[in-house]
Ligand binder design. Structure first.
Ligand code: GTP
Ligand code: MG
Length: 243
């Protein structure tokens, strides 16, 4: 029998916002503009996923799919130090793959599933940072939108299946588009995650990230039927995401 577990983000407030943490057997998406901490959060989860947690969670290995070449082993060292974990051991428990185009990103999921099958019960987290970057490069222009969404849908259903079959948490990062709404004669900028309805339906939990003052960042639940839509703040430190 598979038991759902929750991974800590490094911030108690953000964990609470997520209803306890990043959950297994589902897809958690964070989106926001550059430097909001999406990649830092991904790195922090690489470490916290390896630590024992609530409800008998024993920790496990991590698969990291990097589409923007922003994975930094150096960062994992300082995050490991924060949690008093051995740097080398932490690195050895992270399987890294760089995706070069959207097709490759999709194909990598076959290798991921094979690996998860081979080392049954060992992997607990699959990260894709970022989910849309390569799709936006490979399919540009309105004429290719339907094709893009079709491929994206296939990839998201594969991710969903992997999360359930192997009881892993799937964590994806996403970008935003800026839209200007003319509201009461004020040009109001609104941020929306890219990926349209396909991504909206595939992600179980969606969190919007914004910049605050200094190293402060703001997280808010986006369009959730069962989570409270409140805002919290977190910070980015040498030890990763924190309160
Ligand atoms: P994009 O991928 O460009 O959209 O941004 P992102 O949301 O992934 O941002 P990322 O997670 O890369 O966060 C960048 C922020 O983290 C910057 O404000 C950096 O100052 C901060 N940061 C990165 N490395 C460190 C570090 O080692 N120590 C501290 N304290 N902050 C860091
Ligand atoms: Mg990033």
């Amino acid at each position: 029998r598979k038991m759902v577990f929750k991974l800590s983000t490094g911030s108690d407030k953000l964990d609470k916002l997520l209803g306890g943490g990043v959950e297994s057997m589902s897809i958690t998406e964070v989106f926001g503009e550059f430097r909001t901490g999406k990649t830092q959060l991904s790195h922090t989860l690489c470490v916290t996923a390896q630590m024992p947690g609530k409800n008998g969670y024993i920790g496990g290995k991590v698969m990291f799919i990097d589409t923007e070449h922003t994975f930094r082993p150096e960062r994992l060292k300082t995050i490991s130090d924060r949690f008093n974990l051995d740097q080398t051991a932490v690195m050895e428990n992270i399987l890294y793959a760089r995706a070069y185009n959207s097709e490759h990103q999709f194909e990598l999921l076959n290798s991921v599933a094979a690996k998860f099958h081979e080392e049954a019960g060992i992997f607990k987290l699959l990260i894709v940072d970022s989910i849309m970057a390569l799709f936006r490069v490979d399919f540009n222009g309105i004429g290719e939108l339907a094709d893009r969404q079709n491929k994206l849908g296939q990839m998201m259903s594969r991710l969903q299946k992997i999360s359930e079959e192997f009881n892993v948490a799937v964590f994806i990062t996403n970008q935003i588009t800026s839209e200007f709404n003319n509201n009461q004669n004020l040009l109001e900028e609104t941020h929306k995650p890219v990926g349209g309805n396909i991504l909206a339906h595939a992600s179980t939990t969606r969190i919007a990230l914004k910049k605050g003052k200094g190293n402060k960042r703001i997280a808010k639940v986006y369009d959730s039927p069962d989570l409270e839509e409140c805002e919290i703040t977190y910070i980015i430190t040498n030890g990763g995401i924190a309160d």
